[in-house]
Each structure stands twice: as C-alpha cells, then as structure tokens.
Design a protein around this ligand. Structure first.
Ligand code: AMP
Length: 143
C-alpha cells in the first residue's frame, strides 16, 4: 500500500484558488461548497475544506467539525431547495473506493423516492442548469 502525496494542482485546489470557475453556493473561512459538474442528481453539491488533504485518511481531524457543520447546512438547504424526500451524503477515499479528485470533499445529493442516482462522474450538466440549481440552493441557505 503506497502513500501518495497531496497534489497542489488537483482540480479542487485550482477551484479553491479561483483559477478555474465553479458554481459556488457557500463559503466561510474553512469550507467552500459548489455544484458538481457531473451531477448524480439535480442539486448534487460538493463540500470542500480549504485546508489541503487527499481525503479522509490523511486529514487533520480538526477539519471534520467545520466540514460536517457545512455538510449539514447544505443537506438541509438542498432538501428544501428541491423538495427532496431525502439526502445522500457520500465520501470516497483513494481510487479503489471511487475517488477521482484528490482533495477531501463530501458529496451531498438530494434524493427522491423511487429515483436512482445517475452514474458517478457520468455526463456533464449544462452550465445554465448548474447556475439555476446553485441559485435555488443559495436562496434556501439564505431563508
Ligand atoms: P470523487 O470521485 O469522490 O473524487 O468526486 C469528484 C467529483 O468531482 C465527481 O463527482 C465529479 O463529477 C466532480 N468534478 C470533477 N471536476 C469538477 C469540476 N471542475 N467542478 C465541479 N465538480 C467536478
């Protein structure tokens, strides 16, 4: 089992530095949340701590309090924004688990009775749909 270092040029590090765009729905001093560009359902959001780690395995445990405080906020907001029946929270660690971007993040996905998730890292969503969904979640966070 090889240990792999954090890559400062991973795509979420670039989003956090503002080098590539994202549909942000939340930011505080420790955490950012933005829309997943290949959503597994409408409103699929990623919650990302600013402090670098590859995933949960190498993260400083102090990261988890602020991170999961925002995961809960976002879960409540997406449920309200999409009138969802439930919310799936997922997090992957290393390729064998399905992780594809190596900066710790948590998936928050609104769920609807009888509707399965779309495939992980499937189709790209249209930017205008992501923008509209982001607006709905921002409004729910503000209400
Ligand atoms: P994981 O497989 O858990 O590492 O999840 C990475 C997630 O990031 C996937 O669901 C991708 O759809 C998503 N993703 C990849 N690139 C971007 C990007 N530029 N902006 C937003 N989400 C992205």
């Amino acid at each position: 089992m090889a240990e792999t270092a954090y890559d400062t040029d991973n795509i979420f590090a670039k989003i956090l530095r503002g080098e590539i765009p994202s549909h942000r729905i939340y930011e505080d001093e420790a955490v950012v949340a933005f829309m997943d560009v290949m959503p597994q359902g409408p409103g699929h959001t990623l919650v990302v701590p600013k402090v670098p780690s590859r995933n949960l395995l190498d993260a400083d445990p102090v990261t988890f309090g602020p991170l999961f405080t925002v995961v809960q906020k976002v879960a409540v907001a997406v449920r309200r924004a999409f009138n969802a029946d439930g919310v799936t929270v997922m997090q992957f660690n290393e390729p064998a688990s399905g992780q594809t971007v190596y900066h710790l993040h948590v998936h928050v996905i609104p769920r609807f009775d009888g509707i399965a998730l779309k495939p992980h890292t499937g189709a790209m969503e249209k930017p205008e749909v992501l923008a509209e969904n982001a607006g709905r979640i921002r409004a729910a966070l503000a209400s």
